[in-house]
Write a protein that binds this ligand. Structure first.
Ligand SMILES: Nc1ncnc2c1ncn2[C@@H]1O[C@H](COP(=O)(O)OP(=O)(O)OP(=O)(O)O)[C@@H](O)[C@H]1O
Length: 303
């Protein structure tokens, strides 16, 4: 199977300023890859290299098995830029039809169906659209020619929650059809529900690539259980992965590292009336990666 993205030692300097350093990454067909990092980390630089908007200082990049410089490769891709600029005088519908023709013909019904999903008004001049409504036009043009590989730079910026849900549903459909998505964000919550893997970039370097399922399993979560009648503390003492245990009457609360299996089995001996489990906070895991990286770079050990 040919990788959709394959980079080796990909590096970009803007003069002396580092944009991206030594990125080696593969993304496989049918994957949704979340690309995360704080402002200035190098996300947009990576995306522009994949699209041949800028050229690498060194290293190699292949996209869909080809050279991103080839128009034939570009034609198989969809792209939502982070700094979307739209021709202000045009109506959105005219702009989308124009792009559709330039891309070899996109059925009008497909444009209309996407507009309906995103509740986008295509009939007004684009200068009259709010930021969120402009972003919808950007998303429609990124998906409407059904590209094999969609690259989205901060796609959910400015979208209201309902439209965000619709967008995530569309990304899942694209994956189901075997196509591939790369989406960047500086907010983990925006990508974790839809991504198969997440790459974390910081200060121009890829710090970690993790399977989202693995991240979730590693994650720390807070759990509260309420029972029908008071439970003995020793039933919950020394369970693997359980810490910060508090038992007060019929209530038990604790923090779980990894799997909740031992706690669930201990609790199952009593009658559980209520259970609350806070979503794992993946931000904390990322902070762990970040601080390792910092320790490595900023405080080198003497040889
Ligand atoms: N055209 C440019 N000229 C000079 N430096 C640049 C240029 N574009 C990016 N940089 C620098 O490269 C580094 C990475 O920037 P990049 O835009 O790739 O980050 P990002 O992760 O996309 O951040 P953001 O979320 O803020 O868009 C930053 O230090 C930035 O200042």
């Amino acid at each position: 199977m040919t990788a959709v993205v394959q980079t080796e030692g990909l590096t970009k300097y803007y003069g002396k300023r580092r944009g991206l350093e030594d990125l080696t990454l593969e993304i496989q067909p049918g994957e949704v890859f979340g690309y995360l990092g704080p402002n200035g980390a190098g996300k947009t630089t990576t995306i522009r290299l994949l699209l041949d908007v800028i050229r690498p200082t060194r290293g190699t990049v292949r996209v869909l098995g080809g050279d991103p410089r080839e128009p034939a490769t570009r034609a198989r891709m969809g792209y939502l830029p982070g700094d979307l600029v739209l021709e202000e005088r045009d109506r959105a519908i005219d702009y989308l039809r124009f792009l559709g023709r330039a891309r070899g013909g996109v059925p009008a019904a497909r444009i209309e169906a996407l507009a309906e999903r995103f509740d986008a008004d295509l009939s007004v001049p684009m200068r009259k659209l709010s930021k969120g409504n402009k972003q919808k036009i950007g998303l429609i043009q990124a998906f409407m020619h059904e590209p094999e590989f969609v690259i989205l730079d901060e796609p959910t910026a400015g979208l209201d929650p309902l439209v965000q849900q619709e967008f995530l549903a569309l990304v899942r459909e694209v994956r189901t059809s075997g196509r591939t998505v790369l989406m960047s964000s500086h907010v983990l919550a925006e990508v974790e529900n839809v991504s198969d893997r997440v790459g974390i970039v910081r200060a121009g370097r890829l710090v970690a690539v993790e399977n989202v399922a693995v991240l979730r399993e590693k994650a720390v979560r807070r759990v509260e259980l309420h029972f029908e009648s008071p439970v003995p503390r020793d039933a919950f003492d020394d369970l693997p992965g359980v810490r910060d245990l508090r038992v007060e009457g019929a209530g038990v609360s604790c923090t779980i590292d990894g799997r909740p299996d031992a706690l669930i089995k201990a609790a199952a001996r009593f009658t559980v009336v209520h259970l609350v489990s806070a979503e794992p906070d993946l931000e904390e895991i990322f902070l762990t990666y970040y601080s390792h990286e910092e320790a490595h770079h900023d405080h080198p050990q003497p040889a």
